[in-house]
Design a protein around this ligand. Structure first.
Ligand SMILES: Cc1ncc(COP(=O)(O)O)c(C=O)c1O
Length: 386
């Protein structure tokens, strides 16, 4: 008999993904993005394993709820998602790959034969896709990526008009969209975002006036949706808000009722009593300041719980928060649970979630909630709550 190592019922540490909350978040974000225009399309971002939530399941839910597009980053992730959705009869939901295709190979050729749309950030890759289109006798669909100021990837705004004219001459690709990406949209009223928006509008206008009309124009991530309604155009690309977080918890101005989807949960596996002045865990970074009990929880940086949270974070047990005591290990976290509270072996410990949101952990280590959920490692089972 095979050992059932993947049986979710036997995992001490797991990520609970609440699909009801996810559905609610999607509907809230869609409604918000459609305030100005009921036809605004939604490209739901599911890259990086849906920010750690599990790409296939989340993309399937989004497809069921009627997302217009799904957004991925990496080509292998795009291929695997396309295969999955095709088996689930969602072959009609297009995937927009935000990553860049720079090489012609078997994978890129096979992607071009499917319902996948490509980001193009230079003429060279447009020509390559054009060659692939010629070979396959099927036009790859592209979105021109314009860099209006994030200075990451994309055709520079000032070169975009000329590039679009060249790209438009390539007859074996279909130019469907144009897009850009904000650098500071999480800041309400950001003048830099305003500048990017202005540049994008100018580029789109110039190209549309004399070269071609785009079916899709888009720039807004969650920050753009919340803070720059002028930037909706006819498609938006929300990511983090679908998973229940604001891009910057401190700066948020418009709360729209979204809630965290993921909770990282575990169980108390060991409890010991220690006298005053005893050290806990590697490096002896924590000393008990009284007689107390220490609970050991089988989760650590091997599960993606940041080691930098040692002696900083809290753990939610039976309705109360307790301090992480000592260095976070690869497989263990210890918490100082005091002498009095009723806590037993196998009681649940929430490392983050509804009672102690991931953005609080993020703030403790000067990062963002995106990084906390993305980093939950593959050994942590994702358990989907319907
Ligand atoms: C190009 C692009 N669009 C949209 C998003 C979604 O952004 P957010 O998760 O802030 O909504 C991202 C995320 O990093 C992105 O890189």
């Amino acid at each position: 008999m095979n050992l059932k190592s993947d049986d979710k019922n036997f995992s001490d540490t797991f990520a609970e993904i609440d699909l009801k909350i996810f559905t609610k978040n999607f509907k809230i974000v869609r409604e918000y993005a459609r305030i100005k225009n009921r036809d605004t399309k939604i490209c739901s971002i599911v890259k990086a394993n849906a920010y750690g939530h599990g790409m296939n399941v989340m993309a399937e839910e989004l497809s069921r709820m009627g997302t217009d597009y799904l957004g991925t980053a990496d080509y292998t992730e795009t291929a695997s998602l396309r295969n999955y959705l095709d088996t689930k009869k969602f072959h009609k939901v297009p995937i927009l790959c935000l990553g860049l295709i720079t090489e012609k190979n078997q994978l890129t050729e096979s992607l071009a034969g499917k319902n996948i749309e490509f980001s193009v950030a230079d003429l060279r890759s447009a020509k390559m896709l054009n060659d692939i289109g010629n070979k396959l006798n099927r036009k790859p669909v592209i979105h021109i990526q314009v860099d209006t100021g994030i200075n990451r990837t994309g055709i520079k705004a000032e070169d975009a008009y000329k590039a679009a004219a060249e790209i438009y001459k390539l007859k074996n690709i279909k130019v469907k969209g144009i897009y850009s990406h904000f650098a500071t949209s999480e800041i309400p009223g950001s003048s830099y975002a305003g500048l990017q928006l202005k540049k994008f509008k100018e580029v789109v206008k110039a190209i549309e006036e004399s070269i071609l009309k785009f079916e899709l124009r888009h720039i807004s991530n969650t920050g753009g949706i919340l803070n720059f309604s002028d930037g909706y155009f006819n498609m938006v690309r929300p990511g983090i808000s679908l998973y229940g977080f604001y891009p910057d918890e401190k700066k948020v101005k418009h709360r729209i009722g979204i809630e965290p989807v993921m909770s990282l949960k575990s169980k108390i596996k060991f409890i010991k009593e220690l006298g005053k002045g005893e050290s806990i865990s590697y490096g002896r970074t924590f000393f008990t300041n009284r007689r107390t009990r220490i609970a050991s929880i089988p989760a650590g940086y091997g599960d993606g719980y940041p080691r930098s949270l040692s002696n900083l974070a809290k753990v939610f047990i039976n309705g109360k928060l307790y301090k992480v005591a000592g260095t976070v290990c690869m497989d263990w976290i210890m918490a100082d649970i005091g002498k009095k509270d009723k806590i037993n072996i196998n009681d649940e410990a929430e490392l983050f979630g509804r009672n102690y949101p991931a953005h609080k952990l993020a703030a403790l280590t000067d990062t963002i909630s995106y990084e906390i959920t993305c980093n939950i490692s593959s050994r942590v089972k994702r358990i989907y709550k319907k």
